[in-house]
Write a protein that binds this ligand. Structure first.
Ligand code: ADP
Length: 465
């Protein structure tokens, strides 16, 4: 229920609830202290009452009864709320104030009585009193004095304070609520500003950034994070835009070539030979486009793959030998030497179709870009933190300035040469994507053979795993 409310309302409610609790605690403490204070002053008054009583009583002739002059004491008199009694050690009355009537004041509690005792007691007729019992010799003869006053006036006083606090509570609560509402509004204002700024951001206008608040607080951190997300979004939108335009450009070229060829062919009657040749080159363009579309699909599948793939232990050396065997015929066409070497017992943690895709790509590129009679070597190797496959060739190599970019989509060092080889510029991008999906890396360097060295690093499978 509370979750449905806005943060401002929640903060205001929470803030005022906390203030209400604090005020309530304060009020309870104040009333308790007031009660204690009033009781203390009542006790002090009783001490004075007892002193006055003691001074105003005298023994009669036989020293068995007391006679008092209290009634005659000017100004003092006996208030209705003051009751006094003097008793002997057995609680037999020696003197009683007229205000008591037929009532008696309670006896001293036997065990606790140590000459002086304060106590709250209930008199006959339901009157609550504060009672002081004092053992005090009168005129040299032992006696016990009891003085009591009704507690009702001080209860009334506390009641008045309690009512005032109770009446002031709604106003205090309202003030707390308003204060919390105002503070929450102030605290949330930058958030509202950020929301307005973010509303301006669209796919076309991803360059907008949030203004960073001057304070280095939580909101500044949030704004910086949002700006980071926007920057990444902008970059990936840009890449996507570039990719779409490159892809359509790549598809347009073979389509235009095919269209031109077919148009020329249709302009006048041709021989069967000419038609066959036109169809042959159309087929070639179509197979190039099919390859391109397949690669685009592979790329989008890699981009899509959010779930981690299951990796298995694979015999790396065995798979390399298999691929070398499959592609050997292409190398033979160019009189190239294609070899496979390395540690036989290298087990990699990989996914077979993905690993195959990477290796075929690397070996195929090496064959394509290495001139006739060249040398290509695939080597498996165990490294400190995994396993490696190097694909080396003694071809032209890749100049350092191109090394970072050959993995970009559609990037080709020599466009015309690559196309002539049937390249699309997507192979290495796909291979690196596949390596990453297997939690590995793919990099290029200079080869000890003189050409390019592509190195695929993968995690090693546990021994026997
Ligand atoms: P392509 O389809 O053009 O081969 P790739 O992504 O596979 O696309 O390769 C990108 C570019 O990297 C190629 O156009 C080529 O210029 C260069 N390249 C790839 N492999 C090699 C290699 N073994 N030797 C030299 N250049 C290479």
């Amino acid at each position: 229920m509370l979750r449905r409310l806005s943060i401002r309302v929640r903060l205001a409610l929470l803030g005022s609830a906390v203030s209400a609790l604090v005020v309530l605690g304060y009020a309870v403490l104040a009333v308790t202290f007031l009660e204690r204070g009033l009781l203390d002053s009542l006790d002090q008054r009783l001490v004075i009452d007892a002193e006055l009583l003691e001074r105003s009583l005298l023994w009669d002739g036989e020293r068995t009864r007391l006679v008092g002059a209290v009634e005659a004491r000017p100004g003092a008199g006996f208030e209705d709320s003051l009751w006094s009694e003097v008793v002997d050690a057995e609680d037999r009355p020696l003197w009683r104030s007229p205000s008591l009537g037929a009532r008696r004041l309670p006896a001293a509690s036997e065990r606790a009585f140590a000459g002086r005792e304060f106590r709250t007691a209930l008199l006959a007729g339901g009157v609550e009193v504060r009672l002081l019992i004092l053992s005090e010799p009168i005129d040299g003869k032992p006696a016990v004095l009891k003085v009591a006053r009704a507690t009702e006036p001080h209860h009334r006083e506390v009641g008045v304070v309690r009512t005032q606090l109770f009446l002031a509570a709604p106003a205090a609560l309202l003030l707390a609520l308003l204060g919390a509402w105002f503070l929450a509004g102030r605290a949330l204002r930058p958030v509202e500003r950020m929301r307005e700024e973010l509303e301006q951001v669209t796919a076309e206008q991803l360059s907008a950034r949030l203004a960073l608040p001057p304070a280095r607080d939580e909101l500044a951190k949030l704004a910086a994070t949002v700006n980071g997300v926007l920057a990444r979004l902008e970059r990936s939108f840009e890449t996507l835009r570039q990719f779409t335009s490159d892809a359509s450009h790549e598809l347009r070229t073979p389509l235009a070539a095919m269209r031109a060829e077919l148009e020329v062919c249709l302009r006048e009657a041709r021989s069967a030979e000419d038609y066959r040749s036109a169809l042959g080159s159309a087929l070639e363009e179509i197979s190039r486009m099919t390859q391109l579309v397949d690669q685009l699909l592979a790329l989008s599948r890699d981009d899509d793959a959010r779930a981690p793939i299951a990796l298995h232990a694979l015999d790396l050396r065995g798979l390399c030998a298999e691929i070398v065997g499959e592609l050997e015929v292409l190398a033979e066409e160019k009189q190239q030497r294609l070899e496979c070497s390395g540690d036989a017992a290298v087990m990699a943690l990989a996914d077979e179709p993905l690993l195959r895709r990477v290796l075929v790509n690397l070996v195929h590129n090496a064959i394509r870009y290495t001139p006739e009679g060249g040398h290509i070597e695939v080597r498996t190797e165990r490294a400190a933190d995994g396993v490696l496959v190097h694909v080396d060739d003694d071809g032209p190599g890749i100049a350092p300035e191109h090394r970072a970019r050959v993995f970009d989509r559609f990037y080709r060092i020599d466009k015309s040469r690559s196309r002539e080889h049937g390249g699309t510029g997507l192979g290495l991008a796909i291979a690196r994507g596949a390596a990453r999906r297997m939690q590995g890396t793919l990099d290029v360097a200079a080869s000890p053979l003189g050409g390019a060295r592509f190195t695929l690093a993968l995690r090693a499978a546990e021994e026997g795993g």
